[in-house]
Design a protein around this ligand. Structure first.
Ligand code: SIN
Length: 332
């Protein structure tokens, strides 16, 4: 990840804003890092690693406090809180930036990426890196991407073909693309925060949801959903984000140290994402609490056919060039 542009542009603003950093001369600078998932996930473990690396690299001048499991803010409030200075770092899913930019909706398009290698190639390309800047006009700075993985569909009944999902209710993240994706199946999507999902499933308030193996495992969704279809139909990744006011107000050297710590923590978290997709799926399968449905090629083709029209619906706001570049990352 390239941090240089951030470091250079921030340098000028730093002097002007340094006075706004809420610290006395010898007090450490505090970074509150709020997220919604469990500690034992790619994001949870990345956040802990970041905390350690920041302590090492800044010699204690910066202290990171991690708040997992929506303890401090849910994803619906965290970005507003960041702009108010109540939290300094977060890593919402790319699906949750709709109020700040439309271009990140790209990452929600169904069947766009075949695997994390393709995602990585696109995210590290100039176009993928440029998309990190898309929230800057709103006072936020995208510092980097973090993987979680490909999403699977879970439900109260077996889903083998798109027709099986018709008429069911699905919890979704706050994304228009995801809404359109489930509407394309004649299903009813309901936007709800992550902290509510287990209860919604347990009480049958919704019939299903889509998520990664690590979220399904760590939040025990598999205990209250008798079927999981291994659809790999979409991506769930994150953008680590901070406020421009906080970032630009850090002393130059400190900003460089924190940026370095984040680069290392992201590399660590990205490897964990790959490992957990395999491990957590295995643990779910071994639990015997749910049936994992594997799709035949013919069945999978039906899901692609049902969901892919969503691309055209959002081409105008995402940009055709971005969609084509992302899709071509599947064939390096
Ligand atoms: C997350 O992984 O941060 C939350 C995902 C979700 O809201 O489903």
């Amino acid at each position: 990840m390239k941090m240089n542009w951030l470091l250079m542009t921030a340098g000028l603003a730093a002097t002007a804003i340094a006075a706004s950093i809420p610290a006395l001369a010898d007090d450490p600078i505090l970074i509150k890092f709020a997220h919604v998932v469990a500690e034992n996930t790619p994001k949870g473990l990345m956040a802990e690693r970041f905390k350690e690396l920041v302590a090492e690299k800044t010699g204690g001048d910066v202290v990171v406090q991690v708040f997992p499991n929506s303890q401090l803010f849910g994803d619906d409030k965290v970005l507003e809180a960041m702009l108010l200075g109540d939290v300094q770092l977060a890593a919402p899913t790319l699906s949750k930036f709709g109020r700040y930019t439309e271009v990140l909706e790209l990452y929600d398009l169904p069947f766009l990426f075949e695997d994390l290698d393709a995602v990585e190639r696109f995210q590290q390309s100039p176009l993928g890196q440029e998309m990190l800047h898309s929230v800057e006009g709103k006072g936020l700075i995208g510092l980097g991407y973090l993987h979680n993985g490909m999403k699977q569909l879970s439900a109260s009944k077996p889903l083998r073909t798109p027709e099986d999902a018709a008429g069911l209710t699905f919890r979704i993240m706050s994304s228009e693309v995801l809404e359109a994706q489930f509407e394309a199946l004649d299903a009813a999507p309901i936007k709800k925060s992550f902290s509510e999902v287990f209860m919604l499933l347990q009480t049958n308030a919704v019939d299903g949801q889509e998520n990664t193996w690590s979220n399904i495992y760590s939040k025990k969704f598999y205990e209250v959903q008798p079927y999981i279809t291994e659809s790999n139909h979409g991506l769930l990744d994150y953008m680590v984000v901070t406020s421009a006011e906080f970032w630009n107000g850090l002393p130059d050297e400190t900003r460089e140290q924190v940026a370095e710590a984040l680069d290392e923590a992201l590399a660590y978290g990205n490897q964990i994402a790959r490992d957990k997709a395999i491990e957590d799926k295995r643990k779910i399968a071994e639990s015997g609490r749910t049936e994992i449905i594997e799709l035949s090629d013919a069945e999978r083709a039906q899901w692609v056919e049902a969901m892919k029209p969503v691309w055209q619906q959002f081409e105008g706001q995402i940009g055709r060039e971005r969609i084509e570049a992302a899709y071509s990352a599947n064939r390096p």
